[in-house]
Design a protein around this ligand. Structure first.
Ligand SMILES: NC(=O)c1ccc[n+]([C@@H]2O[C@H](COP(=O)([O-])OP(=O)(O)OC[C@H]3O[C@@H](n4cnc5c(N)ncnc54)[C@H](OP(=O)(O)O)[C@@H]3O)[C@@H](O)[C@H]2O)c1
Length: 295
C-alpha cells in the first residue's frame, strides 16, 4: 500500500465565529474525516500562519490528506478567508479547500439542483426573492450559469441592480451574458409585476420573513416550481410546510426549507469527502453545485 494511503485525513476548520460551528464539525466527522482541527474567531490576518502550518508539515504527495474548510456565519469574511488561503499556498504546497460559510454554497446548490429535477433550467424564467443575500446571490449565479433568465429581487432597486451586475460580470467570464436583472419588490403589486411569466421562484429571504404570501402565489399563473429556504416561522413562502418536498400545491411543485435539507446535507458530505482526493481543489458555489449534479 502506498505510504500516502496510511495518512489520517485532517480537516482544518477555519471559522470566523467565536465557536467553530458544531453543525460543520458533525458533518466533517460523518464525512470520514479522521482528525478535525477547529479554529474559531479566525480573521484574514490569521491565515498565513494557519496555512503554513498545514502545508509545511506533510510532503506535497501527502497533502491530499490535509484539507481546509472555511465556515462561520459571516459569508463576506468567509470569502475573504478563502481568497487569502489560496494566496498563501505555494505552488504544489497546497491542499484542497471548501467554502461553506453560513451554509450558503451548499444551500444554494441544493435549491437549484432540486429545481432542476422539475424544470429545464436552460431558458427558464426564474425569480429569486431575497436575492441580495449570500444564498440568493449564489442561487441566481448558479441559475444564470445554467442558462436561466433570472430576476433578482430586493426591497431596494439599487441593491438589486448592484447584485445583478456583480453576478452578470462573474457569469459573463464563463460565457454567460446579462442573464440577471435586478428588480425592486416592496409590496404585493411589485411582487406580482416581478413574477409575471415566472416559472420558478426561489425564496432566499432572511429567516422569519414572508416573501411570498399565499394570496400573491395563487395569482401567479405561470409558476411551476417554488422553493423556500427559510425554515424559521413565519416561513418565506406562506402556506407551504417547512417539510414539503416536491409537494404539489395548486399545480405548483413546492419545497420547504427542510425539504431541501436532505440534498444540502448530501452535497456537503460529498464535498468534504472529495477534498481528500487531491491537494488542489477549490469548492466554492460552482464546484459545489457541479459536484451535487454528479451525485
Ligand atoms: N437550510 C439551511 O441549511 C440554510 C443555510 C443557509 C441559509 N438558510 C436560509 O436561507 C435564507 C437566505 O439566507 P441568507 O443568509 O442569504 O439570508 P440573509 O442574508 O439574512 O437575507 C437575505 C435577504 O433577505 C432580505 N431581507 C432581510 N430582511 C427582510 C425583511 N424584513 N423583509 C424583506 N426582505 C428582507 C434582504 O434583502 P434586501 O435588504 O436587499 O431586500 C437580504 O439580503 C435564510 O432564510 C436562511 O435562514 C438555510
Amino acid at each position: 500500500m502506498p505510504e500516502q494511503l496510511d495518512k489520517p485525513k485532517i480537516l482544518i476548520q477555519l471559522d470566523s465565529d467565536p465557536h467553530p460551528s458544531v453543525f460543520d464539525r458533525v458533518v466533517a466527522i460523518d464525512s470520514g474525516v479522521d482528525q478535525l482541527f477547529s479554529y474559531g474567531n479566525v480573521s484574514v490576518d490569521d491565515i498565513e500562519g494557519l496555512v503554513h502550518g498545514a502545508i509545511f508539515t506533510r510532503g506535497p504527495k501527502d497533502l491530499a490528506h490535509t484539507a481546509i474548510f472555511v465556515g462561520g456565519s459571516d459569508v463576506t469574511t468567509g470569502e475573504a478567508i478563502l481568497k487569502k488561503v489560496r494566496k498563501t499556498f505555494l505552488g504544489p504546497l497546497s491542499c484542497s479547500v471548501m467554502l461553506d460559510a453560513n451554509g450558503a454554497n451548499t444551500t444554494a446548490a441544493a435549491a437549484v439542483l432540486r429545481a432542476g429535477r422539475h424544470i429545464q433550467l436552460d431558458g427558464v424564467k426564474a425569480l429569486v426573492l431575497g436575492g441580495t443575500g449570500p444564498v440568493g446571490q449564489r442561487a441566481a449565479r448558479l441559475l444564470a450559469r445554467e442558462g436561466a433568465s433570472v430576476r433578482l429581487a430586493s426591497r431596494s432597486q439599487q441593491r438589486a441592480a448592484e447584485a445583478a451586475k456583480r453576478i452578470n460580470e462573474a457569469v459573463g467570464k464563463e460565457g454567460g451574458g446579462d442573464a440577471v436583472t435586478g428588480i425592486e419588490v416592496s409590496d404585493e403589486t411589485t411582487l406580482l409585476d416581478a413574477a409575471a411569466e415566472i416559472e420558478l421562484i426561489i425564496a432566499a429571504g432572511a429567516a422569519g420573513v414572508v416573501l411570498l404570501p399565499e394570496s400573491a402565489r395563487k395569482q401567479m399563473e405561470s409558476l411551476k416550481v417554488a422553493i423556500d429556504l427559510n425554515a424559521v416561522p413565519p416561513l418565506g413562502i406562506e402556506g407551504v410546510d417547512v417539510m414539503a418536498k416536491a409537494l404539489e400545491v395548486d399545480g405548483v411543485t413546492m419545497y420547504g426549507a427542510v425539504g431541501v435539507g436532505g440534498t444540502k446535507m448530501k452535497i456537503h458530505k460529498a464535498a468534504i469527502a472529495k477534498l481528500f482526493e487531491s491537494n488542489d481543489q477549490v469548492f466554492d458555489a460552482e464546484a459545489v453545485y457541479d459536484l451535487g449534479k454528479r451525485l
